[in-house]
Design a protein around this ligand. Structure first.
Ligand SMILES: Cc1cc2nc3c(=O)[nH]c(=O)nc-3n(C[C@H](O)[C@H](O)[C@H](O)COP(=O)(O)OP(=O)(O)OC[C@H]3O[C@@H](n4cnc5c(N)ncnc54)[C@H](O)[C@@H]3O)c2cc1C
Length: 457
C-alpha cells in the first residue's frame, strides 16, 4: 500500500480527513492490525484541534468522565510534554481541556506512526466508484496526480462529509431554513497580563457573561480556582470600542478568550462569518480574507480596550478557517434533541456526549447554550448510512438533529466517535461483513477493552 510509485493504493480501511475524528478512527483501526491510510487535504493532522482551542466534552456537567480511550491517551501524552492544562471543570462548558496547538499536532502524528497508519497529505477525493450500492474505490488528486484508493471500508472524517456528498448520500445542512452556525478563524496572542485581566473582572463582575437559563452566575473568583478557563464577556469594553469606531463589522458582542498552556498566551475566538456556507469554495475563499481582516481589527482593539492586553502581540493564527456546521448525513439512527436532553444511553451506544447544546446564530451576534445535565449515548447507527455499503461517517457529520448536533459537534465527542468508527470498520474487514451488520455487542466490547467510556456510574 505504501509503494509511493503506485497509482492504485490498496488497503483495508481508508480514512478521508485527518482531523481529531479521522485520526482516532485510523489509530483505532490500525491497532486492530488493519492496513489503514489517512488521506488529508492539508499537510498536517488534527484539523480544528490545532487552532489552539481547548478540547470540550471529556466530562459531563456532573463531573463524570465520559471520554477515554485514544482521546485520553492523547491528553496523557500532552501532559508529559507540558502541552495541556488537563481537564478543568467549567460552570458554562462543563469541562475544558486546553492544549498546545503545536504539540497536539506532533502527538497525533506520533500516535499514527506508532500504530502504522499510512498518510497521504495534500489530496482530496475527486471521483468514486460505486458498485451494487457499495463504495469500492475513490480517486484522489494531489500535486497534479491522481491516485486510486481501493479499500474494504472508507471512513468519511472530512467534517463536511465531502466523500459522502461526492457519492450522493442524503444529508441535512443547518436549520430547516438553511441557517448555518457561523465560521471563525481562531488566533492567539501572547504577552497577556492575566493577573490584570482577572483583577478587572473581579472589579467588574457584570463583565463576566453567564448564558440565560444557567442556575448559577459565574463568579469572577472562579477563574482563579482552575488552571484552564474560557472567559466570556467584557461586553462593556466592546461597546466602548464600537462607540469609538474601533470594533468594526465584527458580529460578536462578547469577548471569548481561552487559556493556553503557555502562561502569557490566550486564544481568541472572536472572528465571526455569518450567513456563511463552508461547503462553498468561493465563500471559503472570501471568508478566509474577511476573517483575517477581523483579526487585524481585533489585534488593534485588544491593547487599546482590554485590561491586561496592553502589551499583547499576535502569536499564531489557526492554519484553517473553523467551520462549525455543515452537512449531517442520514444514517440508520438519528441522535435527537430528546436523547440529549433526557440523557438517554441506549444499548447500542458507541460513544458518550455530554457537552451543552451550543448553537451560535448564523445570522447575528447571538448564540444559544442549553444545559445538558448528564451524559447521553450516541448509537452506532448514527455513523452508518441508510443504504450505501463500504462507508461510515464520523465526527461532525454524523446523523443528528440540529439541536443534538449543537452538543455532539465538539472535539472530545468527535474523538470518541472516531474510535468507534475505526473499530467498527476493522470488524467489517475481519468478519467480512457490511457496516450495517456489525455486531454492536462485539464493537462495544472492543471499545471498552480499548479504554472507551460507554456508561456512567
Ligand atoms: C470556530 C470553532 C470553535 C470551536 N470551538 C470548540 C472548542 O472550543 N472545543 C471543542 O472541543 N470543539 C470546538 N469546536 C468544534 C470542533 O472543533 C469540531 O466540530 C471538531 O474539530 C470536528 O472534528 P472532525 O475531526 O470531525 O473535523 P475537523 O477537525 O474539521 O477535521 C476535518 C479534517 O478533514 C480535512 N478535510 C476536509 N475536507 C477534506 C477533503 N475533501 N479531502 C481530504 N481532507 C479533507 C480537513 O483538512 C481536516 O483536517 C469548534 C469549532 C469551530 C469551527
Amino acid at each position: 500500500m505504501t509503494d509511493e510509485n503506485a497509482r492504485t493504493l490498496c488497503c483495508d480501511i481508508a480514512v478521508l480527513g485527518g482531523g481529531v475524528s479521522g485520526v482516532t478512527a485510523a489509530i483505532a483501526a490500525a491497532r486492530q492490525k488493519k492496513r489503514v491510510i489517512i488521506i488529508e487535504q492539508g499537510d498536517f493532522l488534527g484539523g480544528v484541534s490545532v487552532s489552539g482551542l481547548g478540547l470540550l466534552g471529556f466530562q459531563d456537567r456532573e463531573g463524570n468522565t465520559i471520554v477515554g480511550g485514544i482521546a485520553q491517551e492523547l491528553i496523557d501524552r500532552l501532559k508529559a510534554l507540558h502541552g495541556t492544562l488537563g481537564h478543568n471543570p467549567c460552570p458554562i462548558l462543563n469541562s475544558l481541556t486546553p492544549v498546545n496547538a503545536g504539540l497536539i499536532r506532533l502527538v497525533l502524528l506520533e500516535l499514527c506512526k506508532e500504530a502504522g497508519v499510512s498518510m497521504l497529505f495534500g489530496c482530496i477525493p475527486t471521483q468514486a466508484l460505486v458498485h451494487n450500492e457499495r463504495l469500492c474505490q475513490v480517486r484522489v488528486f494531489g500535486k497534479g496526480n491522481f491516485f486510486d484508493v481501493k479499500a474494504d471500508v472508507f471512513i468519511d472524517a472530512t467534517g463536511d462529509g465531502d466523500l459522502c456528498s461526492l457519492i450522493g448520500l442524503p444529508f441535512e445542512k443547518g436549520s430547516p431554513d438553511g441557517e448555518l452556525q457561523p465560521a471563525s478563524l481562531i488566533f492567539a496572542v501572547s504577552g497577556v497580563n492575566k493577573e490584570k485581566l482577572l483583577k478587572y473582572v473581579e472589579d467588574h463582575p457584570l463583565e463576566v457573561d453567564t448564558p440565560e437559563g444557567y442556575e448559577t452566575k459565574v463568579a469572577p473568583e472562579f477563574f482563579r480556582k482552575v488552571n484552564g478557563y474560557n472567559l466570556l464577556g467584557l461586553d462593556a469594553c466592546i461597546r466602548k470600542a464600537r462607540a469609538d469606531g474601533r470594533y468594526n463589522d465584527i458580529p460578536r458582542d462578547r469577548f471569548s478568550l481561552i487559556t493556553y498552556p503557555n502562561d502569557d498566551t490566550t486564544v481568541i475566538n472572536n472572528t465571526r462569518l455569518t450567513d456563511f456556507d463552508g461547503t462553498d469554495i468561493w465563500q471559503l475563499s472570501r471568508g478566509t480574507q474577511e476573517a483575517c481582516r477581523q483579526i487585524e481589527e481585533l489585534i488593534k482593539f485588544m491593547p487599546a480596550y482590554l485590561p491586561g492586553y496592553e502589551d499583547c502581540t499576535l502569536s499564531f493564527i489557526a492554519p484553517t478557517l473553523g467551520i462549525r456546521e455543515s452537512r449531517r448525513f442520514v444514517g440508520r439512527c438519528c441522535l435527537t434533541e430528546k436523547d440529549v436532553r433526557e440523557g438517554l444511553i441506549p444499548s447500542d451506544t458507541v460513544a458518550l456526549g455530554g457537552y451543552n447544546v451550543d448553537i451560535h446564530h448564523g445570522c447575528d451576534e447571538g448564540s444559544e447554550l442549553y444545559i445538558v445535565h448528564r451524559a447521553y449515548g450516541i448509537p452506532y447507527g448514527c455513523m452508518v448510512p441508510e443504504k450505501m455499503n463500504g462507508i461510515l461517517f464520523t465526527g461532525r457529520s454524523i446523523w443528528a438533529d440540529r439541536v443534538a448536533f449543537g452538543s455532539s459537534r465538539i472535539m472530545g465527542t468527535c474523538m470518541a466517535l472516531g474510535q468507534a468508527a475505526g473499530i467498527a470498520a476493522s470488524i467489517c474487514v475481519q468478519t467480512k461483513c457490511e457496516a450495517g451488520q456489525v455486531p454492536v455487542e462485539m464493537l462495544r466490547r472492543l471499545l471498552i477493552e480499548n479504554g472507551a467510556v460507554l456508561t456512567i456510574q
